[in-house]
Design a protein around this ligand. Structure first.
Ligand code: BGC
Length: 329
């Protein structure tokens, strides 16, 4: 499996005054947002521009919306873009939150041909995970980090020693007979009008199930809910340290740009077979070198960004939850 290293965007110029900017775009089920990203600092380089996701969210309609974001910034360089579903080698495999016409679409080809610039398309949670690992709440973490984004759906990104293991879909594990996303996503909270406390308990049960399956060293919670962390963080009784995303809801934009930069770096290599659509590390897959600290300075970090929620001593596992992996869709 091809790994993506969080610190391999070697075309990032370093030193005084150095900067490297790429346009990051985050396609979500409800909004499409983008901004130029400063990849040295790991933050937005201009206020983000957000538009509602068109309905139906067909490839053409979404492309038209992305074009408005590109025009807004008068952008002519490479683009990194996230997608709220599985993306392998640029091709969309699942699109639960957008129009089903996306499935089978070569999203990278679509964007590259439309804008005439190199475009990279990756899963949204993978992008957020890599950004948090490189610049955010998981920076310096030497073990396995599980990033969980709670939004329209639940996205998961796994990073081990700085390397991303792409396209994990643990938002769809089954808990007590139902897809976890149906109880623990932010959309579930809103549509089922759950109190923060009740929803927090669903999230806790979900995180406990993930701990049981994956045994991560750290869990990073991201997505739009980061700004509401105070409402539910007390419910999160896990044995793994849980922190909130330092880049808040902008981790996807930053991660998209980072992955595009890494791709630009490694152009010319032959793609490995059967791998995710993701930038490749330079030949030799370098060890997890942590380069000069890039101060995490998101333009709008969440209120509880980067703060540890809990390091409880006892694991709260309930085998009666009947947790199991959902068959692959
Ligand atoms: C999708 C994931 C995605 C997540 C967040 C889930 O429903 O299956 O691929 O990362 O939503 O958008």
């Amino acid at each position: 499996m091809r790994m993506i290293h969080a610190a391999t965007a070697t075309n990032i110029k370093r030193g005084p005054g150095a900067t490297m900017r790429l346009l990051g775009i985050d396609i979500g089920g409800t909004g499409i947002k983008g901004a130029p990203v400063d990849l040295v600092q790991g933050c937005l380089d201009a206020p983000r521009f957000r538009l509602a996701t068109p309905q139906p969210a067909t490839p053409q309609a979404v492309l038209d919306t992305i074009a408005l974001v590109v025009e807004h910034f008068a952008w002519t360089g490479p683009i990194g873009c996230t997608f709220p579903g599985v993306v392998r080698n640029g091709v969309v495999k699942t699109a639960d939150h957008l129009d089903p016409a996306w499935v089978g679409t070569d999203a990278e080809k679509l964007l590259t041909e439309h804008f005439g610039v190199p475009a990279t398309v990756v899963n949204d949670a993978d992008a957020a995970a890599l950004a948090e690992s490189r610049y955010g709440a998981a920076r310096g973490q030497t073990g396995m980090v599980l990033v969980v984004t709670l939004g329209t759906g639940i996205g998961t990104g796994l990073v081990y020693r700085g390397n991303l293991i792409p396209n994990s879909e643990f938002g769809h594990i089954e808990i007590r007979g139902r897809d976890a996303e149906l109880r623990a996503s932010n959309t579930a909270r809103e549509t089922r009008k759950m109190t923060w406390k009740k929803w927090g308990r669903h999230v806790a049960r979900y995180l406990q199930a993930l701990e049981h399956l994956l045994n991560p060293d750290q869990i990073v919670l991201g997505g739009g809910i980061v700004k509401s962390a105070d409402h539910f963080k007390d419910q999160l009784k896990t044995s793994t340290p849980v922190v909130f995303a330092a880049l808040g809801n902008e981790a996807g934009i930053v991660g998209a740009a980072l992955m595009a930069a890494t791709r630009t770096d490694s152009q010319g290599e032959e793609p490995a077979a059967d791998t995710a659509s993701s930038p490749r590390p330079p030949a030799g897959d370098p060890p997890p070198v942590r380069t000069a600290p890039a101060t995490p300075s998101p333009s709008k970090p969440g209120a509880a960004a980067g703060s540890t929620v809990r390091k409880s001593s006892s694991s709260v596992r309930d085998p009666a939850h009947g947790t199991k992996a959902r068959p692959h869709r």
